[in-house]
Write a protein that binds this ligand. Structure first.
Ligand code: FAD
Length: 407
């Protein structure tokens, strides 16, 4: 694994740095910067930032040039994400699904008309996408999707319910995984349909989260009529296509997390120098010093895990099983780090919003860290994958002590 930057990559890094310094929104970049409080304000910042990226030619960095993307190499993408994180650029992404999930899937399986219609407005950020996979009884067990699409003349008629659909309430389009053949085996009767979110019968209802924000939704489809030409690829191939979409969910953007966590850790260490407990600075207090050092080590391990994943992609063209290790590691680690930060605040850590010492930053971080252990495959599912496919443990067998023989 040689990840030293070549002269060309160093030149690219400088180019990105220059671009960021000339384009970062006012007030962003410093350790004391506070993100806007409400989701609406944060979305506005994100939209503005994504428009700037698009204007600079950096919105589809992983997309091939023939589809209007920047066509960056994997290492260039890693550099791009790391520089963004180092500069503490806005990280909320309104069109994550369009750029990273729907766009690449349409590029691979869509026909020429679909590519021409849907791809350009994703890159310019004019159209926002959401991902209609999860349902009340289909999350980890995604193949259990029950939303039905019945062919009626030139249209599909869609009925069912999705849940946890991020940004569905502001999205223009939804890539819906639905059942088109209820008689076929579970994995075979699924298809992919592109749904205009403004069609009559589509009802997106935001769900309020523990942080108070409401960025994901329940989406109800009641007799929604979708033109047949909105079928992506072939009928009944939804499961295969969905797996392609999911493979794009954990890409090199992951490496940027590690830099962002390093930034948080830096802030946390600064805080530990000035806050005291029992008359001692937290940085010297035995109850905190060791945990801060452990957090430092964890961020370093995370970088190594991330680089291992990049090496896997360089060798095999797509993330391998390391992606599960990386996802499990960082999502659990960030929860520990946020909890430490919150406990460093003492009783004040219980306060929320403007009353709290850091305007609720760690409070929010801790509460939302739970979502990360569920999104894109829960920790338990990652552990199953690691156990079965990396460690070779038996599939689906639960260990239990043997009943004792009667004496
Ligand atoms: C922030 C966030 C954003 C999301 N955005 C979207 C989106 O835009 N579009 C979308 O379609 N979905 C989205 N999701 C949904 C996400 O994909 C699901 O929440 C996830 O797949 C888990 O499914 P579930 O919630 O139905 O939980 P379930 O699958 O019902 O699981 C419940 C619990 O059981 C455990 N469990 C389940 N099966 C097993 C097993 N075999 N072995 C051991 N334990 C098991 C799980 O780990 C979990 O703890 C989002 C979720 C979050 C948190």
């Amino acid at each position: 694994m040689d990840l030293a930057l070549s002269p060309d990559e160093l030149a690219f890094r400088d180019e990105i740095r220059t671009w960021i310094s000339g384009n970062l929104p006012d007030g962003w970049g410093g350790p004391n910067h506070r993100e806007p409080k409400t989701l609406e304000e944060r979305l506005e910042v994100a939209r503005d930032w994504e428009r700037r990226l698009a204007a600079g030619g950096y919105s589809g960095i992983s997309w091939p040039k023939e589809f209007g993307g920047a066509g960056l190499s994997l290492m260039q993408q890693v550099i791009f994400h790391e520089e963004m994180a180092l500069a503490r650029a806005p990280q909320i992404s309104v069109n994550f699904v369009g750029i990273n999930l729907s766009g690449p899937t349409i590029r691979i399986y869509g026909n020429d008309e679909q590519r021409a219609r849907y791809l350009p407005p994703i890159l310019t950020m004019e159209e926002i996408w959401c991902q209609g996979f999860s349902e009340p009884n289909a999350g980890s067990d995604l193949a259990n999707v029950q939303t039905r699409a019945v062919i009626d003349g030139d249209e599909f008629v869609l009925n069912g319910q999705k849940v946890w659909t991020s940004y569905a309430h502001i999205a223009d389009w939804c890539l819906v995984l639905c059942r088109t053949d209820p008689k076929a085996p579970k994995h075979k009767g699924l298809s992919y349909v592109i749904v205009d979110m403004k069609t009559p019968g589509v009802d997106a209802r935001p769900l309020r989260q523990i942080t108070g924000d409401a960025e994901f939704n329940e989406v109800f489809f009641t007799d929604v009529r979708v033109p047949r030409e909105n079928l992506l690829g072939e009928l009944g191939m939804g499961w295969t296509y969905a797996n392609t979409t999911l493979a794009h969910e954990r890409g090199p953007a992951f490496l940027a997390h590690q830099i962002r966590f390093r930034n948080y850790l830096k802030d946390l260490i600064e805080q530990a120098k000035t806050r005291t407990r029992d008359g001692v600075a937290l940085s010297k207090h035995p109850a905190f010093r060791e945990r801060i050092a452990a957090s430092y080590a964890e961020v370093e391990v995370m970088r190594a895990v991330g680089l291992r994943m990049v090496t896997g992609i360089l060798k095999n063209g797509r993330p391998g099983l390391e992606a599960s290790m990386a996802k499990l590691y960082w999502s659990e680690m960030v929860r520990r780090m946020n909890l430490l930060a919150l406990q460093m605040e003492g009783m004040a850590g219980l306060l929320y919003g403007e009353d709290s010492p850091r305007e609720g930053r760690w409070h929010d971080g801790y509460l939302s860290s739970f979502a990360q252990t569920i999104a894109a495959g829960s920790s338990e599912i990652q552990k199953n994958i690691i156990a079965e496919r990396i460690l070779g443990m038996p599939r689906g067998e639960v260990w239990a002590p043997k009943p004792k023989e009667p004496a």
